[in-house]
Write a protein that binds this ligand. Structure first.
Ligand SMILES: Nc1nc2c(c(=O)[nH]1)N[C@H]1C(S)=C(S)[C@@H](COP(=O)(O)OP(=O)(O)OC[C@H]3O[C@@H](n4cnc5c(=O)[nH]c(N)nc54)[C@H](O)[C@@H]3O)O[C@H]1N2
Ligand SMILES: Nc1nc2c(c(=O)[nH]1)N[C@H]1C(S)=C(S)[C@@H](COP(=O)(O)OP(=O)(O)OC[C@H]3O[C@@H](n4cnc5c(=O)[nH]c(N)nc54)[C@H](O)[C@@H]3O)O[C@H]1N2
Ligand code: SF4
Ligand SMILES: [Mo]
Length: 752
């Protein structure tokens, strides 16, 4: 490993070396320098030479918390485990990796013979690893059933933005050059700290303005020049109201709209159905503030409107409309691909061999779960949009996938591979997810820790952390079209006294693939083989990249659409305010998908369920981010958990007094499908009609065996979120994580 030592910080101290890596505790991937002494990590710092973060790191990497809290956490899985008793019984036998690979591969082959290849599913969580490997594996295996959280996170944008402007720009915003940054359902201070650092620097150095659209007075809202406190789940109405003001007041960018957009008249007609007074009533935002926001966005140029999970993807029945309406706003204000606006990323340049989508026969594609009901993200949508925009990835619908596992309808889904995901905690309707997993014949989990999902598995296999694998550290969350950072394996297996027989995420798939006749299609047994293949077009190997290049940054190019011969990669070659792709899907599938955005009250709201009136008077946000936790991670006893030991929900002080709730009280939070308990935090950052409940709580210190599953049913908010297919977005099948009708009351003594 010595040849990987960073020259800039070379050290002569014996037994000490400094290695370069990219933090993967969140999407932004800060470049870091890791100091090892006698094989053990002793320090991690931001790399001042990294053009991405220039030395910045956030609190997750401060005070050595990652040592005890993560890499050297005593709870890490150490050896492959095989279920030794009943499923979920908490009894395990340690086996070797070879035995695990042999047995899993044999079982997969058996199940394919018995039920067909589509019986295998894969669920993914958010991007934490090489998110194309599972496609390669499942496609070559013959199954179309890869699905996951992307439906309510980002993947929907990756489909709906190309439908609109034939590209993807909502996380290539030019944060650092914008004169106005709009954080719409985004709280970067807690979710992607480096991005917030860019905004605060931009404000300080360039005087950029900040608009925040959030039902909570979040950390970023507290700094805003304009904050719109909307009712959770009503973003589509707000966006349509703003579009209407911009059109009525003639503030739209005529040059861009006339030359580059189609469907403006139809859009204007639709937007006229959302006058500000009506929108104010729906959204709770005063009419004058809606007008102010619209004027601000249309007149302060350039402005960027990055993606935000809760202000779009998590909006259930309104997800498509919200994502599309925000895309339309970017277009009609003339901010697409402008310096300081939202930059259009070209389609991925990965060769087809990465995903192997074309290896999957049409007959198998047609079986993708969700194809007939929520075709937006499935192969049905893929087939249409990829005719114009060649690169996005299809997605099975998770709520239907779990139902197929539980009920065998439309066919038995009997095997599931889970890597970098924790479905029992991450998906809505936990009870159903657990029933689904209990009904499998093969569940394989590849993770750092035993989790509530792992507890139900047949095999639980120790994974390599980002410090234990090499990488090119590509980050999507950037203002540059491209950024790579070179990372070697900082730690090898068993190094520095760590007794962990991990395999990285590539080795995991290679181990299975090579036993299932796929050897030829993979790049070799090591992740380095894949990296070499990726780097070959640039004349590099991973070693050369690591030693000589270190960081690669693409040049920003603005207004590419003005270049001769350019066209937006939509069917019309223009920005489609009225979407011909959505129209075509309606025609082909006979669905009633609206090519224009609209607003409907959320599926899990009182307006949709008059029978809940009075019973569930509050409106719940389920999962606003908080530090230091990252989804269900950082719950292990240790330095991270010490910072945030208990689940907390926010409640307005007036509401708390009405309900006799004191700060810190354990309370029941209840919806039509169940109840969980968390501790109350009184704060006027939420409206008196709103509560904000933390997500993904489980307690590694509690009993593992089913039905406890580390206490997941006690406090995880997904236990009380329904994923009823009738309440999902009609086109993409997104489930709802905000704007949910709920009530709160104090736990009785002995209940906490
Ligand atoms: N109620 C509610 N639910 C939500 C959300 C919400 O806001 N509210 N957010 C949703 C969103 S946006 C998302 S993206 C999902 C996220 O959902 P997930 O990504 O599934 O998140 P986690 O529950 O943290 O599960 C990830 C697991 O992967 C493991 N892991 C981490 N890194 C790696 C790695 O590199 N390799 C391997 N093999 N394992 C790794 C972790 O230890 C952890 O157990 O949750 C969704 N669920
Ligand atoms: N600490 C931490 N960081 C994370 C994660 C994590 O779990 N923990 N998860 C990562 C992942 S996968 C993702 S997707 C990103 C998401 O990153 P963000 O989009 O920043 O995530 P959230 O905090 O869920 O939502 C942002 C804000 O939206 C507000 N909000 C809630 N409901 C609504 C609504 O209906 N409309 C609007 N306009 N706003 C609403 C919330 O109050 C919150 O302040 O975070 C990433 N970073
Ligand atoms: S901002 Fe994200 S990538 Fe950067 S140090 Fe913090 S957790 Fe790591
Ligand atoms: Mo996400």
């Amino acid at each position: 490993m010595a040849d990987n030592t960073v020259e800039t910080v070379a050290t002569d101290e014996e037994g000490v070396e400094v290695l370069r890596a990219g933090c993967f505790f969140c999407h932004v991937r800060c470049g870091v320098l890791v100091t090892k002494k006698n094989g053990r990590i002793i320090d991690i710092k931001g790399d001042p030479d990294c053009p991405h973060n220039k030395g910045f790191v956030c609190s997750r990497l401060e005070k050595g918390r990652y040592l005890e809290g993560f890499v050297y956490n005593p709870n890490r899985l150490r050896r492959p485990l095989k279920r030794a008793g009943e499923r979920g019984g908490g009894q395990w036998e340690e086996i070797t990796w070879d035995q695990a690979f042999d047995e899993i591969a044999a079982k997969l082959a058996e199940l394919r013979d018995k039920y067909g290849a589509e019986t295998l599913a894969f669920t993914e969580g958010t991007a934490r690893t090489w998110s194309w490997l599972h496609y390669k594996f499942t496609n070559l295996f013959g199954s179309p059933n890869t699905g996951g959280n992307g439906t309510i996170c980002y993947s929907s944008d990756m489909w709906l933005e190309p439908c609109t402007y034939g590209g993807f720009c909502s996380d290539k915003s030019d944060w650092v050059n914008a004169d106005l940054v709009i954080l719409w359902g985004r709280n970067t201070d807690a979710s992607e700290p480096l991005l917030w650092d860019w905004v605060t620097t931009n404000r300080k150095d360039r005087g950029a303005k900040l608009m925040v659209i959030d039902p909570r007075c979040s950390e970023v809202a507290q700094q805003a020049d304009l904050w719109l406190q909307l009712r959770p789940g009503t973003d589509a109405a707000l966006a349509l109201g703003m579009i209407n003001v911009i059109i009525q007041e003639d503030l739209y960018d005529h040059e861009f709209v006339d030359e580059w957009c189609v469907g403006f008249d139809k859009l204007a007609e639709r937007a006229a159905e959302y006058p500000v007074d009506k929108v104010a009533e729906i959204t709770w935002v005063p009419a004058e503030k809606i007008v102010q926001a619209a004027r601000m966005y249309a007149t302060i140029k350039p402005a960027c409107l990055p993606w935000g999970q809760k202000g779009g993807d998590a909006n259930g029945i309104n997800a498509t409309s919200t994502i599309r309406a925000k895309a339309i706003l970017r277009a009609i204000t003339g901010n697409i691909d402008r310096k300081g606006g939202d930059l259009l990323a070209p389609p991925s340049r990965f060769p087809p061999s990465f995903y192997e989508h074309y290896a999957l026969p049409q007959e198998q594609r047609d079986k993708m779960i969700g194809n007939d009901r929520f075709p937006g993200l499935t192969y049905k949508g893929w087939d249409i949009i990829s005719q114009a925009y060649p690169s996005f990835y299809p997605y099975a619908n998770a709520p239907l996938l779990f139902r197929a596992m539980r009920d065998g309808d439309p066919y038995p889904v009997k095997a599931l591979i889970v890597q970098a995901d924790n479905p029992v905690v991450a998906f809505s309707n936990t009870k159903l997810v657990v029933e689904a997993l209990m009904n499998l014949e093969l569940l394989v989990v590849h993770d750092y820790f035993m989790t509530p999902t792992g507890a139900l598995a047949d095999y639980v296999l120790p994974a390599a952390t980002w410090l234990e694998r090499p990488d090119n550290c590509y980050t999507v969350m950037n203002h540059r079209p491209m950024y790579f950072g070179a990372q070697a394996r900082v730690l090898d297996r068993f190094e520095g006294g760590a007794d962990i027989d991990f395999r990285d995420d590539y080795e995991f798939f290679y181990g299975l693939a090579s036993r299932l006749g796929q050897t030829e299609q993979w790049w070799g047994p090591k992740a380095e083989d894949m990296l070499d293949f990726q780097l070959a077009p640039m004349g590099l190997t991973h070693e050369k990249f690591y030693n000589d290049v270190k960081y690669m940054v693409g040049q920003k190019k603005f207004e590419k659409y003005k270049e001769p011969g350019y066209k937006f990669l939509t069917p019309s070659g223009k920005v489609e305010l009225y979407s011909s792709v959505i129209e075509k899907l309606s025609e082909e599938i006979g669905g009633n998908f609206d090519p224009l955005p609209f607003f409907e009250y959320p599926g899990l709201s009182v307006e949709k369920h008059p029978e809940w009136e009075g019973e569930y008077p509050l409106v719940m946000i389920a999962g606003a981010r908080f530090m230091p936790c990252y989804h269900s991670e950082h719950r292990q006893p240790g330095p991270y958990r010490d910072l945030h030991p208990d689940p907390i929900f926010d409640i307005h002080p007036d509401t708390a007094i009405d309900l006799d709730i004191r700060d810190g009280d354990w309370c029941w939070i209840e919806t039509a499908v169940g109840r969980i308990k968390q501790r109350a935090r009184k704060t006027s950052s939420v409206d008196p009609r709103v509560i904000s409940v933390q997500h993904d709580w489980w307690f590694p210190e509690k009993e593992e065996a089913y039905p406890s599953l580390f206490g997941v049913f006690e406090s995880s908010v997904n236990v009380i979120l329904d994923d009823d297919p009738d309440s999902l977005d009609q086109l993409i099948g997104a489930w709802q994580q905000t704007g949910v009708a709920a009530k709160v009351y104090r736990c009785a003594e002995g209940e906490y």
